[in-house]
Each structure stands twice: as structure tokens, then as C-alpha cells.
Design a protein around this ligand. Structure first.
Ligand code: ATP
Length: 361
């Protein structure tokens, strides 16, 4: 099912400002759409509107072209999985999964078939007759998914469903959710503040801040072409380095004059109107270069090294004390206190208008 937001706004009663404004978004059939953003940006509000649990102040919400603003939650053909799975503790896994269908007075055979089908896909057949208290957190999460699956909804809504799990299990469940989505093909809307979940699971990411959509698109677009400085800083770890400066005779010169970069020809075209104007350069920590014979280089002193195994993160300072974070392969040898020259991968430089914070190239 397709879900369309047309100029949607939300103002909670008793609040002065709108929590959501001008939300225009198309979620295509079979899409796995991740709504991403910092705490309080309005992600849950958006999801609850789709569920019918929040009223819509302005605009239209369309399911396959039909306006559903006033349609009751039970008539929307959606299923929601929350952060707290809220399984009924006195019921077995089987009964938990069968519950909503029993309430709908489905036939026993239909209920049994649906529960067994979901249990097969989720690999929870072995503990169908256990109580939630006797299974692990990851298993409980699967049961919560199963409970939503048996209803065969047209849209799955998930609100931070993995945030109660430990890091290893989260990693595992991420892959399982992607597999599950491939198998079922159900349109899914998933809320999280975790950029890794968004990058790894989404077919479309919608990054929000302060009640507005900052960028919507494929994960790789967020990494390669962030629309603005907020997006650039939100996606990628460690965070992108941002250096303020101005364009002078086709060269970028940082405000402290320490960093000079000659952009490649493609970027120069975009930068033409910025001659003598303020621009901000963005460089991902993993896109610096090192070695002899580099043209555009700068010197820095390594302050702190974080060894993560496959990579080493260098927290460095330029001679004007500007912080630059550089990520290098884990086997490269560096020591704290050393001075080094690094260059820039000219094909991976992001340029932003310093005033509007919008991407230039
Ligand atoms: P988090 O990741 O912390 O859950 P979120 O991005 O999901 O945040 P929302 O829960 O949608 O954000 O909240 C967005 C804003 O709306 C917040 O400022 C919140 O205080 C406000 N808000 C949420 N629910 C209500 C409500 N029922 N009444 C009034 N204001 C609300």
C-alpha cells in the first residue's frame, strides 16, 4: 500500500507552535521507510498519525489515494510494533500471537495457520508454548513482530522496536527485519534516532529536524550528497569535519588560512557564484589521504587515538587549534603527539553555503 502525506501539519492542543509542518512525503508500496531524527523532532507524532492514534491538524493523509484522516485506527489495516513489546505475561507465545485474531472472531483454523506461518518465518516454533518471561529479549521482540504479522496488515508501523535490545542482538535483528521485509514485502514505516539502523535497513530514509523533513531519499544519497549541514552532521560516524572559509581565485581558503583546497573542475562550476563569499567545506573523516607528493595538504598534531580494530580514529588539531577528525585503517601506525600531513580526496568534498547551510555542489 502507498502512503502519502500532503502538506500535513500537527499542532497539539495547548501548544503554541506546530510540532510538524509542511510534511510532504510519498512512501511507495513495499517500501521500508525509516523516519530518522533527534529526540523531539516529531517522528512518533508522524507515525501515530498513520496509525490513526493522533489527529491531523492540517493536510491530507492518503492510503492508496484515499483520504484516511478521519478513518478509525481499527479500520486502517495497519499493525504497530512498539519499543516496549507489551506481551501479555499470563499468555503463551502462541496465545499472544493469536490474540488479535481471536478478538476479531477469526476461525480457529485460520488463526492456527497464521500463527504457525508467522512462527515459521520468525523461527519461534520451538517456544510457542512458553510464557514471555521464559524467553529472551530478542525472542520476545520476534513474538511482538509475529503478533503484528498474523494480522497481515497493509502497513507495518514500528516505533524504535530494537532499542531495548543489547548491541549484538540489535545487529542481528536488523538483518532479520530486512530479511522479513524481503519475504513479506509489506510497506513498513520504522521510527528511530539511530542512523545505523536507518542506513542499513531503509529503502528510503526521511530525516527530520524540528518538525520538518530535512531530506528524503536512498541511504547512499544521505552519505554522498547531504542536502544541508544538519544532514551532513547527522549521517556518518565519526561526524563529518566542517571547515569555514571563503573562495578566492577558485581556491578554498579556511578562515584561519591554514587549510587551502583547490576544488576539482566539477565543483568549481558550482562554486563560481561564491567567489569572495563564505562557504563551508565538509570532509568525512574516512576521506582524507596521506602519503608523499600530495598537493592540497595541511599539517596537524595527533591529540588522541581511538583504536577500533578495523579503523583508527585520529583526533587531531591544526596549528590554529582547529579540531579535525581523521579515520585511517587500523593497521596504519600513528602515535599521539606526532605531527602529520594529510591531504583531501578531492572527489569527496562537500561544499555548503555558510549562511543558508544548504549544499552547493
Ligand atoms: P523521541 O525520539 O524522543 O520519541 P520524537 O521525534 O518521536 O522524539 P515526538 O514524540 O513526536 O518526537 O514529539 C515531538 C514534540 O511533540 C515534542 O516536543 C513533544 O513534547 C511534543 N508532544 C508529543 N506528544 C504530545 C502531546 N500528546 N501533547 C503535547 N505535545 C506533545
Amino acid at each position: 500500500m502507498k502512503v502519502k502525506f500532503k502538506n500535513i501539519g500537527k499542532k497539539y492542543e495547548g501548544r503554541e507552535d506546530f510540532t510538524l509542518r509542511n510534511i510532504n512525503l510519498d512512501i511507495e508500496d513495499k517500501e521500508f521507510c525509516v523516519i530518522l531524527g533527534p529526540s523531539g523532532c516529531g517522528k512518533t507524532t508522524l507515525l501515530r498519525m498513520v496509525a490513526g492514534l493522533n489527529s491531523i491538524t492540517e493536510g491530507d493523509l492518503l492510503f492508496d489515494g484515499l483520504r484516511v484522516n478521519k478513518v478509525a485506527p481499527k479500520d486502517r489495516d495497519i499493525a504497530m510494533v512498539f519499543q516496549s513489546y507489551a506481551l501479555y505475561p499470563h499468555m503463551t507465545v502462541y496465545e499472544n500471537m493469536a490474540f488479535s485474531l481471536s478478538m476479531r472472531k477469526e476461525r480457529k483454523k485460520v488463526i492456527h495457520d497464521r500463527v504457525m506461518e508467522a512462527a515459521e518465518v520468525l523461527q519461534i516454533k520451538d517456544y510457542l508454548y512458553s510464557k514471555p518471561s521464559d524467553i529472551s529479549g530478542g525472542q520476545r521482540q520476534r513474538v511482538a513482530l509475529g503478533r503484528a504479522m498474523v494480522r497481515k496488515p497493509s502497513v507495518f508501523l514500528m516505533d524504535e522496536p530494537l532499542s531495548n535490545l543489547d548491541a549484538k542482538l540489535r545487529e542481528h535483528m536488523r538483518v532479520e527485519l530486512v530479511r522479513l521485509h524481503k519475504t513479506l514485502g509489506t510497506t513498513s514505516i520504522y521510527v528511530t534516532h539511530d542512523q545505523t539502523e536507518a542506513m542499513t535497513m531503509a529503502t528510503k530514509i526521511v530525516l527530520m529536524n524540528d518538525g520538518k523533513i530535512q531530506q528524503a531519499g536512498k541511504p547512499e544519497e544521505f552519505y554522498n550528497k547531504p542536502h544541508n549541514i544538519f544532514v551532513a552532521k547527522f549521517i556518518g560516524s565519526p561526524t563529518m569535519n566542517l571547515i569555514k572559509g571563503k573562495m578566492s581565485n577558485g581556491m578554498f581558503i579556511s578562515d584561519d588560512k591554514v587549510i587551502k583546497i583547490k576544488p576539482n573542475n566539477d565543483d568549481l562550476e558550482f562554486l563560481k557564484p561564491y567567489e569572495n563569499k563564505s562557504v563551508t567545506v565538509g570532509l568525512r573523516p574516512e576521506r582524507f589521504t596521506s602519503g608523499k607528493g600530495l598537493e592540497d595538504t595541511f599539517e596537524c598534531t595527533i591529540d588522541v587515538i581511538e583504536m577500533l580494530g578495523k579503523e583508527k580514529i585520529l583526533y587531531t588539531k591544526t596549528k590554529t587549534d582547529k579540531d579535525i577528525i581523521i579515520s585511517t585503517p587500523g593497521h596504519h601506525v600513528y602515535n599521539e603527539g606526532e605531527r602529520h600531513s594529510f591531504g583531501f580526496d578531492l572527489s569527496a568534498i562537500h561544499f555548503f553555503d555558510t549562511e543558508t547551510e544548504i549544499r552547493i555542489n
